[in-house]
Design a protein around this ligand. Sequence first.
Ligand code: C5P
Length: 229
Amino acid sequence: MSTTLIAALDVSSMDDAFAIVDRLGDSVTWYKVGKQLFTRFGPAVVEGLKSRGKRVFLDMKFHDIPNTVGQAVRSAAAIGADLCNVHASGGPAMLRAAAEASAETGIVVTAVTVLTSMDQGELKAIGLEATPAEQVVRLATLTRDCGLAGVVCSALEIPLVKSACGDDFVLVVPGIRPAGSAKGDQKRVMTPAEAARAGAQFIVVGRPIIAAEDPVAAANAVNAEIQGA
Ligand code: C5P
């Protein structure tokens, strides 16, 4: 199975976004558009990417009642996103509504299990006694059983989720740091090659590409690492 690079377009203006996309050219096909850019500029960001032949992961992490989430997934498909996500903790009815919208429109939907910013204390504070790992497996299994394509998970959770949900389950993995690059605020990181070998279908890389002095060289290096794995 092959691994695909998604560059996280974490910038705060349309000009910055498309300057980097145009500079990266054919080195990057997939982009992640998140809340920062989408909340301000909306579907125009996705349209701009699609008109350049790019593919879009709309990272809005929908979490609401089933009808609203189902319709939000349809809206994501309608503006041209290829991949989007929801929070698995929205529960089975919500996940099934998202799966139905996915089947109807063709957009791929994954679910966030436990935010990597949450530790055991955070889970306890919202009434959960499970360890983060137990909760990840529980929600990944629920996601698969409700018919969604996969989950967003940290690199270190890949083996856990793979053994619970099988090899075909799509894993979108952020927290990737090419060998030798700055970690920034990411603590639990893996290199592109390690994530590819572990079986990630998608790796999400932001600052190591977007903030690089030479973004094209940085993206090409990530692609080479993936291919070499
Ligand atoms: O710049 P960096 O490579 O750290 O960016 C990673 C991207 O993936 C960011 O957009 C970040 O919000 C997102 N992300 C993450 N860790 C998660 C989930 C999403 O870093 N667990």
